[in-house]
Design a protein around this ligand. Structure first.
Ligand code: GTP
Ligand code: MG
Length: 329
């Protein structure tokens, strides 16, 4: 059961225990697990890429998890199979997992057509993003046709999540005037769709006004003649606007497909993934090369004492790596 080939077959057959095991394997930070993880992924790769991948971001507490649960349950009712992942920089610091201890997706986690994966804590952002990308592929191979990735809109993890999804949804609270100032311009620029959330009770009319303000803001941001992200209004509490959100997401993706941007974005993401993996592995290979620790310590001392220019020291260390025979990590 543990051999990668058997594990892959079980994942493809829809075995949930195998799915959880396979994801644990690709998320493992043990170097010894990498060959098995890569063998598994190689077997699964032909069965990936067929889902719709949606990233969901927004300030803490804006209701991302609640929306995912609501949308996820709706999608399951429509016959879809929904997988949920998270990239959460705050859990990387605390070592905890936001989906683990604060989950509001209780119902979705229990749904037979859903799979909710808490993020493993204690990793770097780059590490988590790489693991989430691979976990997402395992989910697709297991037959999930909608993948939702939650991330907090604080400015660093969005780029990583944007790099692995087909559509990027930004959630705003109805207090949009303040919100727009709090959300970094860069995050606004990444958004493919914007949703003013919690449009219920006393906030219902405020939410409509916020959406209007947001539309104007986006027109200025993107400039005349360019594609401006649709702005929607919804409440996960009442369910208002949730099916419209799905319709808008589908329409947006269909439009991307028809224009060729969908395929271009995915292939661009593959190349970007290659480049970041290459950088990571080069650094790892550098530190794994015999004698480099000593050479680096020596260079550090030289640089500290001002005898050697840091850029020149780096160049010498790199030259040494490419002259000497290297080992792969
Ligand atoms: N009024 C109202 N409250 C909501 C709605 N959706 C979520 N909430 C509430 O907002 C709070 C935060 O919801 P979460 O779904 O945990 O928000 P989040 O964005 O995932 O939060 P983090 O993961 O901590 O960033 C909870 O108390 C929810 O009950 C909504 O549509 N309307
Ligand atoms: Mg959440």
């Amino acid at each position: 059961m543990n051999a990668p080939r058997e594990l892959a077959a079980a994942v493809l057959a829809g075995d949930r225990l195998a799915l959880a095991r396979a994801i644990t394997l690709v998320e493992s930070r043990r170097a010894a697990d990498r060959p098995a993880a890569e063998a598994l992924l190689a077997d699964l790769l032909p069965h990936t890429g067929r889902s719709i991948r949606i990233g969901i971001t927004g300030a803490p507490g804006v209701g991302k998890s609640t929306l995912i649960e609501r949308l996820g349950l709706d999608l399951c009712a429509k016959g879809h199979r929904t997988a949920v992942f998270a990239v959460d920089p705050s859990s990387m610091r605390s070592g905890g997992s936001i989906l683990g201890d604060k989950t509001r997706m209780v119902e979705l986690s229990r749904h037979p057509q859903a799979f909710v994966r808490p993020q493993p804590g204690g990793d770097t952002l780059g590490g988590v993003a790489a693991h989430t990308r691979e976990a997402l592929l395992v989910g697709e191979a297991a037959g999930f046709d909608v993948v939702l990735v939650e991330t907090i809109g604080t400015g660093q993890s969005e780029t990583a999540v944007h790099g692995m999804v087909d559509a990027f949804l930004l959630l705003l609270s109805p207090a949009a005037g303040d919100e727009l100032q709090g959300i970094k311009r860069g995050v606004m620029e990444l958004a493919d769709l914007v949703l003013v959330h919690k449009a219920d009770g006393e906030l219902a009319t405020e939410a409509q006004r916020a959406a209007e303000q947001c539309r104007m803001g986006l027109h200025i941001l993107h400039g005349a003649g360019s594609q401006v992200p649709p702005v929607l209004v919804a409440s996960s509490r009442t369910g208002m606007g949730i099916s419209e959100l799905w319709t808008a997401l589908r329409a947006w993706i269909e439009n991307e497909r028809a224009s060729g941007r969908f395929a271009a974005r995915r292939s661009g993401q593959q190349v970007a993934w290659l480049e970041s993996a290459l950088r990571e592995q080069l650094v790892a290979a550098f530190f794994a090369t015999a004698g480099h620790a000593a050479a680096l310590a020596e260079a550090r001392a030289e640089v500290q004492q001002g005898r050697l220019l840091p850029s020149a020291a780096a160049r010498q260390l790199v030259a040494r790596t490419f002259v000497a025979p290297t080992t792969t990590p």
